[in-house]
Ligand binder design. Sequence first.
Ligand SMILES: [Zn+2]
Length: 75
Amino acid sequence: MPIRYRCRHCKVEMGSLPFDAEKTIHKLHLFEIGEMDEFVEKNAQGETIVHSICEHCEQSLRQFPDYYALKKWLQ
Ligand SMILES: [Zn+2]
């Protein structure tokens, strides 16, 4: 099953990996995002969804960290 990457802020899909590679996810993201359960889920189709952050949101967070703290933006 593919692994799909989706931005957890704006929900844009950033892409997918065409193979089942949970170990690869761990390698790529474990240290980056910490708590895996909160950011990785499996949907009804058995696909793994990784809730990450896209370039656009990452830049916004760097520029406007208060928005992130308040959780008001893009909602
Ligand atoms: Zn985003």
